[in-house]
Design a protein around this ligand. Structure first.
Ligand code: PLP
Length: 434
């Protein structure tokens, strides 16, 4: 498969090159040159296929012949070794729980797939340089990347996180693994971490010293596997004879954009809804036609505190850069922290369901869209386990939550991080720890 840069000023590349580079040299996001619909028979028979079969059919055209079919299948089998349950909330609303993986956030699937692809390419080209994955995190990305890449040959991972700004559980997920994973604790906020990472990618001294790549959702190997969720939901819901609406709590818009890619492959989808917090760039755009990025605002759904959504350009490409077409496929609503807390309480008291702040926003946006409409089945994506956001959950709900095994097993482990407070310290680390 060939990928081109959405900035249209860089050479076309293979899947492997796109995965290793992350971002194109003109700083554009990579996008597949062709997208082939899957045959009708795939959707007609989907209930007879396993998750691995579904994922394989969906991803194979994007990988092409660069990973042998049998190897791709075994990568997928390994990546998808946990469940993706659909939990009924209401007569026309269900929650698609994407948090049953090792770090209990939906990012596990993309991070694990990307790690295994890089590992595969490294073992194929024995004498190539080691790759260093450099990633800034506000919480969830770092944990998923650390766990996904742990022990992968030929790949080092360096994670920057803002000191004191991630939850205790998230910090443990970042700092206790060791081996090829290093956590740099930055004296600053998430934007400082992000700026340092961006500076590093442009630094010529570093470019000669090591091969750097990113593991954010700009990387196609992290972005594309997120298509699977929507296909898995369809497998369960298709008999219901209602049209599907997906509501996705969004920050960088990678997850929802992958859903739209599944739609492009032929997945019958009536509409998409995005729920956001105060960082309401996309809902405002859909309302006014004006796209204004801004500095991010801190909220309790902090994985969505993004002021310049990086994948939005891919969403536009999927809608032929046509605003009317996008508007007819996507609605967006934004919610305050207090509305989010109210929704968490409502879901608990009315439906005995514990949602995290991100999922709760997905629920609110879905309910809003479904108001006064009939014949639709709504699915909101529950993107992280509520235990990861314990400090901001209503106290009575927090107190009644049980700690899942994945979390219990890291709580006693010792934190190891290196404190830094400037770009020069990051650079020094990268140059001196090959
Ligand atoms: C990353 C994340 C999101 C946002 O996903 P995008 O693909 O960036 O839109 C939502 N919820 C949780 C819990 C996350 O970790």
């Amino acid at each position: 498969m060939t990928y081109f840069s959405l900035n249209h000023n860089a050479p076309e590349v293979t899947f492997e090159e796109a995965v290793v580079r992350g971002l194109a040299p003109d700083k554009g996001l990579y996008f597949p040159k062709t997208i082939q619909q899957l045959p009708d028979s795939f959707f007609q028979n989907i209930e007879n296929l396993s998750h691995v079969d579904i994922a394989f059919e969906a991803i194979k055209q994007f990988v092409g012949d660069e990973i042998h079919e049998e190897d791709l299948k075994s990568i997928l089998k390994d990546v998808l070794s946990f469940d993706f349950p659909l939990v009924k909330i209401d007569k026309n609303i269900a929650s698609l729980e994407l948090y049953h993986g090792p770090t209990m956030a939906f990012k596990d699937v993309g991070a694990r797939f990307m790690a295994r692809c890089l590992g595969y390419f490294n073992s194929k080209n024995k004498n190539t340089n080691k790759v260093t994955v450099l990633v800034a995190t506000s919480g969830d990305t770092g944990g998923a990347v650390a766990s996904g890449f742990l022990g992968v040959d030929g790949v080092d991972v360096v994670i920057l996180y803002p000191s004191g700004k991630v939850s205790d559980i998230q910090e443990k997920q970042l700092t206790t693994l060791g081996q090829n994973i290093t956590a740099l604790e930055v004296d600053g906020v998430f934007d400082d971490c992000q700026d340092m990472v961006k500076t590093a990618f442009l630094d010529e001294d570093l470019k000669t010293a090591r091969t750097l790549t990113s593991a954010n959702s700009i990387n196609i190997a992290r972005w594309l596997p997120q298509m699977f969720y929507y296909l898995f939901a369809y497998k369960t819901l298709k008999q219901k004879d209602k049209k599907l609406v997906f509501s996705v709590p969004s920050g960088n818009y990678g997850n929802i954009c992958a859903g739209m890619m599944a739609q492009k492959l032929g997945l019958p989808t009536h509409h998409f809804v995005t729920g956001t917090n105060a960082n309401n760039i996309v809902p405002e755009y859909l309302k006014t036609g004006n796209y204004f990025t801004k500095a991010s605002v801190a909220t309790i759904s902090n994985a969505m505190d993004v002021g310049a959504p990086s994948n939005f350009i891919r969403i536009e490409a999927l809608h032929n850069n046509n605003f009317a077409q996008l508007q007819s496929n996507l609605s967006g609503y934004s919610y305050t922290d207090s509305e989010t807390i109210e929704a968490i309480k409502f879901l608990k008291t009315e439906h005995n369901y514990t949602a995290d702040p991100h999922g709760a926003i997905g629920y609110l946006a879905l309910r809003k869209y479904l108001e006064n409409k009939t014949g639709l089945q709504g699915v909101f994506l529950e993107t992280a386990h509520p235990i990861k956001f314990l400090p901001v959950m209503p106290k009575s709900i927090a107190d009644s939550m049980e700690t899942p095994q994945q979390i219990k097993s890291i709580l006693h482990k010792e934190k190891k991080s290196i404190k830094i407070s400037s770009y020069n310290q990051l650079k020094h680390f990268l140059l001196n720890n090959p």
